[in-house]
Ligand binder design. Structure first.
Ligand SMILES: Nc1ncnc2c1ncn2[C@@H]1O[C@H](COP(=O)(O)OP(=O)(O)OP(=O)(O)O)[C@@H](O)[C@H]1O
Ligand SMILES: [Mg+2]
Length: 247
């Protein structure tokens, strides 16, 4: 018996004028699987997330969550159905505290109310290492803290599928490792994760499978080290990926 994928993208196509961001793209993510996505700038990675979250309508093809087609389902309904995403550029409510930012996501994204909403927000802050910053306005956070808050806000909506878009970008090495620890723990708790990242070694430490996208198409889909050793992938990353990145 085959299990129903948590997420399935079937023959997605999308172009902005002459720029194609999805080219007959077919991809599945299993329940509780952690998938990494790499690919050069402009490959269509963030656009893919936007099509999964419902922020961008594909020109063709279908999106499925747990065996249900959601291609035309609006973003807020997809959030309630279990899709949580971060944005490449963090988008907190700057004037609200860290706690309030996560609380709002629980209200809006998971219909949580009262004490359950508070309890859930506190639990998310614990799991993302932000509990000690709960009462700080988001506008005063450092980059690492903002990236963590972006993860916490997505977690606030109680997702079963967490989409992470370059949450390690711009962080120092120790900060990247801290974030890897957070994501690994979320995955260990059973969450399905798709993580787009240019900091390739963070992915290698976290995901069991990796996809390389270029020009809106899947160039490689395999175990992380096999993808990074793939000749086509190395050519795409020529001069960008070092030996250290791949190790
Ligand atoms: N709303 C839009 N309108 C027009 N062009 C767009 C739009 N969104 C994305 N694009 C273009 O589509 C291409 C893919 O963009 P996308 O953000 O998906 O790339 P990416 O793989 O996430 O790149 P990066 O690694 O730089 O984040 C780019 O050329 C971008 O300029
Ligand atoms: Mg992007």
């Amino acid at each position: 018996m085959t299990t129903t994928p948590l997420l399935r993208l079937d023959g997605l196509t999308k172009s902005f004028g002459k720029v194609t961001v999805a080219r007959d793209l077919t991809l599945s993510v299993g329940p509780g699987e952690a998938l990494g996505i790499v690919g050069p700038n402009g490959a269509g990675k963030s656009s893919l997330f936007a099509m999964i979250s419902g922020d961008l309508r594909p020109d063709g093809g279908t999106v499925w969550l747990d065996g249900r087609e959601i291609t035309r389902v609006p973003p807020h309904v997809r959030t309630r159905a279990g899709i949580g995403r971060t944005h490449q550029v963090p988008r907190p409510f700057e004037h609200l505290t860290v706690f309030e930012n996560v609380l709002v996501c629980g209200h809006q994204g998971a219909a949580l109310k009262g004490r359950r909403a508070w309890g859930h927000a506190m639990e998310v802050l614990d799991r993302t290492g932000l509990a000690s910053l709960a009462n700080i306005p988001a506008g005063r956070l450092t980059l690492l803290q903002r990236k963590r808050l972006e993860v916490a806000r997505a977690m606030g909506t109680r997702p079963r599928l967490l989409l992470l878009d370059e949450v390690a970008g711009g962080l120092t090495e120790p900060e990247v490792l801290e974030l890897v620890g957070v994501v690994r723990r979320l995955h260990a708790d059973g969450l399905g994760i798709v993580w787009i990242e240019h900091v390739v070694h963070a992915l290698v430490k976290t995901v069991g499978r990796m996809v390389c996208l270029a020009g809106g198409a899947v160039v490689a889909d395999d175990a992380p080290l096999r993808v990074l050793a793939d000749a086509k992938v190395r050519e795409l990353y020529l001069g960008v990926m070092t030996e250290e990145d791949a190790s």
